[in-house]
Write a protein that binds this ligand. Structure first.
Ligand SMILES: Cc1cc2nc3c(=O)[nH]c(=O)nc-3n(C[C@H](O)[C@H](O)[C@H](O)COP(=O)(O)OP(=O)(O)OC[C@H]3O[C@@H](n4cnc5c(N)ncnc54)[C@H](O)[C@@H]3O)c2cc1C
Length: 404
């Protein structure tokens, strides 16, 4: 490794992280006539965009509002989300040839189903606008100096330091370390004494261990539309049984609100009343076995799995009030105490992060450090599943660009 090179550059700002926030920031700054340099540790930008939505990229949600974001300050995201709205995201991508199609619950994907198309918009625009992108560049320090910052990094086996008047930390959160995630944003926040709200994996599958685990294992692969809730929130989407526990959209959503040691509750037949359904069925067909009836409502496999919890070998006419109460309890209030979650290897986002108390809600500049900005997943603003996290990343990138 050669000696450290310290250079003055003609860039108006350095952006650390070539993900959703950093790329949008670079492009928007370019539109305003500012030159930025994106430093990205991977060999290409937009790694998480490429894998998002199963490679199809759910790039926004038509119903975005501050309500779909978790933060110690529930109002903080409002200014950012109003400066760059969902309509702005949709028309921005349309301008560059990406037409959105809504899949479900307002989730917008490119019509082509290719996340790569989204990344290409940014790489082409950065090139056209003369915005620098240096990949294979691992940033490890930011040092405040008079009228700016030194940013130090390793590139091509060489340590370098660049001076920049402004620096944007868009280095993302902790999920999927094998894709380049680092704790850089949090490390820098600690160094500058910025408050960090507790971080944890979010939008993450939940695990079951111990005596209950084989029960989940036998159902592995079964997906059921449910309502999942705890004392904070409720979601209606599918859950997926796996050999280690529970996954699927409803579980990922509730995981962001779950804390170790707590229960979650599952209504396996939301918006219907099993007691009423059984009453109607037993009038018409009292000889039907409960097993066959439940197999019709769910799947045979699921009905069979309930045999150790319910009197499935009784016919409907012979069910007692106690039986029906226990069926109702199990179907409408299935109680689960997860052992834990699948961690950052499987989480889609990080909950918590740099406290919004430290940032201007209008500009996302660190209040006590002029010229230092935080955006995207590093910040304590965490979206629900469904395109909200990208909307936050695009919007925060846009807002920061206005101040560069
Ligand atoms: C499997 C998966 C699927 C997802 N699907 C969706 C979806 O469909 N819709 C949605 O809204 N959200 C989705 N998300 C969440 C979404 O990807 C993130 O919220 C979003 O990418 C955050 O943007 P960001 O710019 O803050 O961070 P990132 O996109 O993570 O970008 C940060 C960049 O910084 C780089 N970096 C980190 N440390 C350093 C360093 N020290 N030096 C240089 N570079 C560094 C990283 O390599 C990375 O490229 C998904 C996440 C995962 C993991």
């Amino acid at each position: 490794m050669t000696a450290n090179l310290t250079k003055q550059t003609d860039f108006d700002a350095i952006i650390i992280g070539g993900g959703a926030c950093g790329l949008m920031c670079a492009v928007q700054a370019g539109f305003l006539g500012k030159r930025t340099l994106v430093l990205e540790r991977n060999d290409k930008v937009g790694a998480k965009i490429l894998i998002s939505g199963g490679g199809r990229c759910n790039y926004t949600n038509l119903y975005t509002s501050a309500q779909q974001f978790i933060s110690a300050n529930e109002h903080f995201s409002k200014s950012t989300l109003s400066q760059w709205t969902v309509e702005d995201t949709v028309s921005f991508f349309e301008t560059y040839g990406i037409i959105g199609k809504e899949k479900t619950l307002g989730q917008l994907f490119p019509e082509s189903d290719k996340a790569k198309d989204i990344v290409n918009v940014f790489t082409s625009l950065c090139e056209d606008l003369g915005q620098g992108i240096w990949c294979d560049t691992l940033v490890d320090g930011i040092e405040p100096v008079d009228s700016g910052y030194y940013v130090s990094f390793e590139r091509n086996g060489q340590r370098q330091t660049l001076f920049t008047p402004k620096v944007v930390v868009a280095s993302g959160g902790l999920p999927i370390p094998k894709m380049g995630a680092t704790d850089f944003g949090l490390r820098i926040a600690r160094k500058f004494d910025l408050k960090i709200n507790d971080t944890a994996p979010a939008l993450v599958p939940l695990t079951i261990i111990g005596k209950d685990q084989p029960w989940y294992e036998q159902l592995s692969g079964n997906s059921i539309f449910c309502r999942v809730w705890n004392d904070r929130i409720s979601f209606e989407e599918n859950i997926l049984f796996t050999h280690w526990g529970l996954s699927g959209p409803a579980i990922l959503q509730i995981s962001s609100y779950w804390r170790p040691g707590e229960y979650i509750y599952i209504d396996l037949l939301p918006n219907q009343n099993i007691v009423e359904l059984i009453r109607q069925e037993r009038e018409a067909n009292g000889k039907k076995m409960l097993l066959a009836y439940l197999a019709n409502l769910f799947t045979r496999k699921f009905a069979e799995a309930l045999s150790d919890k319910l009197p499935v070998d009784k016919n409907l006419a012979s069910l007692s009030k106690v039986d029906i109460d226990s069926i109702s309890q199990l179907i409408h209030e299935f109680k689960v105490k997860p052992a834990g979650d699948k961690g950052y290897d499987k989480a889609e986002v990080m909950r918590g992060g740099v406290s919004t108390d430290e940032l201007s809600s209008k500009t996302l500049e660190v209040k006590k450090m002029s010229g230092l900005y935080y955006g995207g997943e590093c910040v304590d603003v965490t979206g629900w599943l469904g395109g909200y996290n990208f909307q936050w990343a695009w919007a925060s990138g846009f807002v920061i660009a206005q101040g560069l």
